[in-house]
Design a binder for this molecule. Structure first.
Ligand code: CP
Length: 304
């Protein structure tokens, strides 16, 4: 079993991982030897703070070991992804990869003898979405019947939230004036639409009414944020997206918890003074990446 997106997981399997993450957080001692002797290879083509740290610490705290591999220092740069993955998967028990292209991740899946976890590509960010569902369940005590509003660019985390929410009974409204084409997955959106739990609108004020959670993410992908070649596109996006910033005015009268998957670009997708608002769960949400990483590893390595 791999974790590339949620297509191969039923709603109840996804809920099992979320519940396991909550149990792991409450009872860490129960799991401290669960992955004794196991190794995780973590390979990164892009920058990361949370995904790298959470999976590495998760492996250590579960009794296993993680190797951080910077793609640029390996022979993945000069050889077939298939061949290099064949080799890698003969040395470790699991691979977590943050790659630029989902197509390369699919090659990894074909080549690997061990489970492959998508650490975020241009289409999906499933490990983040599992941590988010965990945070939502912790805060409201359930998932079914909740309402999450995602405001931002339709991107990889937006896809994973749509998939994760609609599979677990959460209503999700997306307010996405820009659709980032590289993340397009029409099948995912069609499946979500059929559940009746996903809607999209540009009426941001109406959308946040009665929301349990209001969620945002960067308007510009991490690899482009400081890239001078992307400066014109960044400027265009900022202008178009500014009316959709999460700020006190938008949240007036709302009791919604505020979520952001981080890294945050203060003053862009979220106003400075909202980040540590009493209703903000952003830092807790980021902490939950650790427990959800543990739950994902336990599931994929057959320990639950
Ligand atoms: N949210 C998230 O994936 O954070 P990193 O990019 O720092 O891993």
């Amino acid at each position: 079993m791999h974790l590339i997106n949620f297509k191969e997981l039923s709603g109840s399997q996804l809920m099992e991982i979320v519940d396991k993450a909550i149990d792991v957080k409450r009872n860490p001692e129960k799991y401290c030897n669960a992955l004794d002797g196991k190794s995780l290879a973590m390979i990164f083509q892009k920058t990361s703070t949370r995904t790298r740290v959470s999976f590495e610490v998760a492996m250590t705290q579960l009794g296993g070991h993680a190797l951080y591999i910077d793609w640029r220092t390996t022979n993945f740069t000069i050889a077939d992804v298939y061949d290099e993955t064949q080799y890698l998967s003969r040395n470790v028990d699991c691979i977590m990869a943050r790659l630029l292209r989902n197509a390369d991740l699919q090659v990894m899946v074909r080549a690997s003898r061990v489970p492959v976890i998508n650490g975020c590509d241009e289409k999906y960010h499933p490990s983040q979405a599992i941590g988010d569902l965990m945070t939502m369940k912790e805060k409201r005590g359930k998932l079914k019947g909740l309402k999450l509003v995602y405001i931002g660019v339709h991107n990889n985390i937006c896809n994973s939230l749509i998939e994760g929410c609609t599979k677990t009974g959460v209503k999700i409204i997306t307010v996405t004036p820009i659709f980032h084409e590289p993340c397009r997955d029409d099948e995912l959106l069609e499946n979500a639409r059929k559940t009746g739990l996903w809607e999209t609108t540009l009426d941001v004020k109406e959308a946040v009414k009665d929301a349990d959670f209001v969620y945002t993410d960067t308007w510009v992908d991490m690899e482009f944020f400081t890239d001078p070649k992307f400066a014109a596109e960044k400027e265009k996006r900022v202008k178009l997206m500014m009316p959709y910033q999460i700020n006190k005015e938008l949240l007036k009268g709302s009791n919604a918890y505020i979520m952001h998957d981080m890294p945050i670009h203060r003053g862009y997708e979220i106003a400075e003074d909202v980040i540590e608002d009493p209703n903000s769960v952003i830092y807790e949400q980021s902490e939950n990446r650790l427990y959800s990483a543990k739950a994902i590893l336990l599931k994929l390595l057959g320990k639950c």
